[in-house]
Structures are given as C-alpha cells and as structure tokens.
Design a protein around this ligand. Structure first.
Ligand code: SAJ
Length: 445
C-alpha cells in the first residue's frame, strides 16, 4: 500500500521533502523539516532566494539565518530553481501565493504553475500537499484531475491533501511547532499520510474528512477576522457619531470573560491574508448561486476606512481654518500592522494617495519601511514614490497634521504630541498620559 510505504519513510525520517515556494510560509516549513533531519529540497522560481538559502541566509524575519546555515551545512537543505528535482521527492508541499486579480477574483495562476511543474516530473509513490489558502474544491477539482490526467491513480500512485498555513508573521508566541495543523486528504489514505508527515514537526494535528473541509476551515478563520474588524470599524463610526470613546468601549466589552473577542478599529485592513482570503470564499459561493453578504459588507466597510481617516483629518484641519490642499501632512507608520516591514495592501497607501489627490504635501516616517511605491493603475494622486524621513523635530513641528496609521513600538509618541500641532490617531497609539501631556490637538478614530 502506498500509504503504508510513505508513512514508513516519514516515520523513519527517510522521506525526501520538497517545498515549492520559499516565502513566509514555505521557508519556515522546510527549515522545520530539515531541522528534524529530513532531506529537503526547496523549489523557487527566484534564483536570488535560492542562492541566499544555499549560502545559509534567510530573508524571512521568523527564520533565523543560523537555522538555514545549519540545515544547509549538514546537507539537509538545498534550494533550487531546477524543478526536475521534484522527481526525487517523496513528499511535495505547495506553498505559493494565492492573490486576487484586479477584478477581486481568485488568481490561481501560481497553483496551476506549481501543479504543472509537478505533472512534468511526478513519479509513482509521492504525497502531494497544498498549503496555499484557496477556495474549497481546489485540491480535488483542480489538482487531482491534473495528476490523474497524467495517468497516475489516486491511492495507488499518489496521495493528495490540503493543510492550511497558519503562519502569523512576527508572532513570538506561536511558531510552526505550536500552531495546530488542520489536515484533510482527498482520500483517507491521503489524510493518514499527511497527518503522519505533519506530526513530525507540529505538536497537534487535527484531521478532517476531506480537503474541502480543510480549505473551508482556513477561509472561515480569516473571514471571521475580516468581518469582526469590519464591525469594529463600523462601531468606531457609531461611537464617533455619539461622541463616545471607541477604544474605551472595546476595552470595557473585553472584560467579559466569555462570548466576546476584542477587535479594534483601524485605518483599514492590510496584509496578504485578511483582505484577500474572504474573496476566495465569496467567489466560490457565487459559483453555487449564493451571495455571502457579510463578506461583501465587511469589504465595503474596511475598504472605505482610508476615506474615513482622510475625512477625520480634513475636518480637523478645517477646524484650524486649513484646507487639506496645500497642507503638509506627516504619516507615522505605513506598514500594514505594527512592528513589521510588510506593506502589502497597507491602508496607509490609500490614505497617502487620497491626501495627495486633495493637494496635500505628504511625507512619512516608518522605521521599518525605507520606500513606498504606488501601483499607478490604482492611484488617483501623483503616485510618485516616497522615501522614509528621519523623525526630526522639524518634520513633526512643520506638519499641519500628523496621522498615526501604524503604531510601531519604537516611536516616541510623547515627543510627537509635544511638537505637533494636530495628531490624528487611528490606532489608539497614544496613552492617556501622552494625551494629557500633549500640546497637540488630538483626534482619535
Ligand atoms: N486589524 C485591525 N483590527 C484588528 C485586527 C487587525 O484593523 O482588530 C488590521 C491589521 O492592522 C492589519 C489587518 O487587519 O492591517 C490584518 O491583521 P491581522 O492581525 O489579521 O494580521 P495578518 O494579516 O498578519 O493576519 C495573519 C493571519 N495569518 C494567516 O492568515 C496565516 C491571520 O490568520 C492571523 O489570525 C493573524 O495573522 C493574527 O492572528 O495576527
């Protein structure tokens, strides 16, 4: 039985593991297997990434270079752009991006390319696992027919499963080994083999009855976040209309020890997961004649938060008898969330673009981000790149308005509020003490 043969190889740590895509998901994953003495081959289309790994380097914040170096020097890890080596692997894990098209439909091109490479080189006796976040049905409707189309028979020649990635970039508490792993195969043998594999590196494996259940679980997780963030953003607008401090309300509600989970308003949602994943679910639901209204409503609220922030700033400047047009505006923090350098889908990009379209002179300070560029297809302002400014006294005091878009920990907000004229805080970055000691007027989301 193929299942028993593969589980034997896995349990003896003789299975050779291939990972396609060495990004924030694939690199931590392959290093975990290599550290457990599996022979691993990383497959990358980017030769620079492959070279950096083979030189013992790491471009992912959660993967220490010394771990890469250790695995490469012991021969347990090698990266390559030669996909023909997929033939050498007993296990192949696909960790490629699943972005959206401009039309907000799923962009399956990366999964299809990876599946095509596997078809070119697969051989009998392989376990193939998809980790990329995608709509329910991808593994059994898209990948399985690709492999069967090459004449390979499920359970006899190959096993196939889905296991969602749950990497949380920059999270010091939860790393690969202590994040429970959901595993669902397109067959029972596939589930069993995939479960045996992940049991080598993860404390808890949660088996489900199919790949679709595993695909849907991931989307449920992240849609849950997008919808609850949307509710927090709407509550912020309600509280502002009622003259109530939003953040005080959330903190009070969060004292409830059961049945509540705090989410917080912000300038919008960024990252490569939360803004995108729900659209994979709604797209698939629409294929089956169902319109998921919560997802659409959350998207509508979250995607217009940058406009709401610009309105707040515009009204505050107006109170100072200033127009946005011609005002100098300093954006504090442009990354999509605190203490990381990732700009993907960052709401700060929209806020800067909207302000520029209204004629503001916008500069930014973000200790993690050296340069901000704009997708000209989607900018209404001039779309020129911006470069990080040192947070000098002149930069702060010279601004007509400072907008805190990301609450990085290594910014002295007390100094900002003593030097600034007007501060719009979209992240509750300012403590009560800072607010009380401030000479600036402070407006909060
Ligand atoms: N955000 C809010 N209010 C909140 C929480 C987040 O406005 O209450 C914003 C953030 O500023 C950010 C966006 O939403 O712009 C997404 O934030 P996130 O905390 O969900 O962080 P991500 O994008 O890094 O999400 C990842 C996800 N991981 C994967 O999908 C693999 C998510 O499943 C995790 O739950 C999340 O990290 C986490 O827990 O931090």
């Amino acid at each position: 039985m193929l299942k028993d043969q593969l589980i034997g190889l896995i349990n003896d740590r003789n299975a050779r593991i291939g990972v396609i895509g060495l990004g924030y998901v694939g690199l931590p994953l392959i290093v975990e297997f290599a550290l457990k003495d599996f022979d691993c081959i990383g497959f990358e289309v980017d030769a620079k990434k492959a070279d950096e790994i083979n030189n013992g380097g790491s471009y992912i914040v959660d993967v220490p270079a010394e771990n890469v170096q250790k695995c490469v020097s012991t021969g347990k890890l090698a990266a390559t752009t030669d996909f023909s080596r997929l033939n050498e692997c007993d296990v192949i894990i696909i960790c490629v991006p699943t972005p959206l098209r401009k039309t907000k439909d799923p962009d399956m091109s990366y999964i299809l390319t990876a599946g095509g490479e596997i078809c070119n080189y697969m051989r009998p006796g392989q376990l193939i696992i998809l980790e990329s976040t995608t709509y329910p049905g991808t593994t059994d409707e898209v990948l399985q027919p690709m492999f069967e189309g090459k004449g390979f028979e499920l359970d006899r020649d190959f096993l196939l499963a889905f296991s969602p990635e749950r990497v949380d970039p920059g999270n010091p508490q939860f790393q690969t080994h202590n994040i429970p792993k959901v595993v669902g195969g397109v067959s029972d043998d596939s589930t069993a083999a995939a479960s045996a594999l992940y049991s080598q590196i993860v404390d808890t494996v949660h088996e489900v009855s199919s790949a679709r259940v595993a695909e849907a679980a991931k989307l449920w997780e992240n849609t849950f976040r997008a919808i609850n963030i949307g509710m927090a953003n709407e509550m912020a607008k309600v509280c502002n209309a009622l003259g109530i401090d939003t953040w005080e309300v959330v903190r009070a509600a969060a004292t409830k020890p059961f049945g509540f989970m705090p989410f917080f308003p912000g300038p919008g949602i960024g990252g490569h997961c939360i803004p995108l994943d729900p659209h994979y679910l709604s797209w698939k639901a629409r294929q089956h004649g169902f319109d998921s209204q919560f997802i659409s409503l959350a998207e509508q609220i979250n995607s217009t938060m940058p406009n709401y922030v610009v309105e707040l700033a515009s009204t505050a400047l107006n109170d100072d008898k200033k127009a946005v047009n011609g005002s100098k505006i300093l954006i504090l923090g442009v990354a999509y969330k605190k203490d990381i350098d990732d700009m993907r889908e960052s709401p700060a990009l929209s806020i800067i673009d909207l302000l520029r379209a209204d004629g503001a002179d916008v500069v930014y300070h973000d200790p993690f981000v050296a340069e901000v560029t704009f997708d000209h297809a989607y900018t209404i302002g001039d779309g020129e790149p911006l470069y990080n400014n040192d947070l000098t006294d002149e930069l702060i005091s010279g601004a007509d308005c400072v907008i805190i878009c990301t609450e990085h920990s290594n910014v002295d907000y007390d100094r900002v509020c003593r030097l600034a004229t007007l501060v719009v805080d979209t992240r509750n970055a300012l403590s009560n003490d800072v607010r009380e000691g401030a000479s600036a007027r402070i407006v909060r989301l």
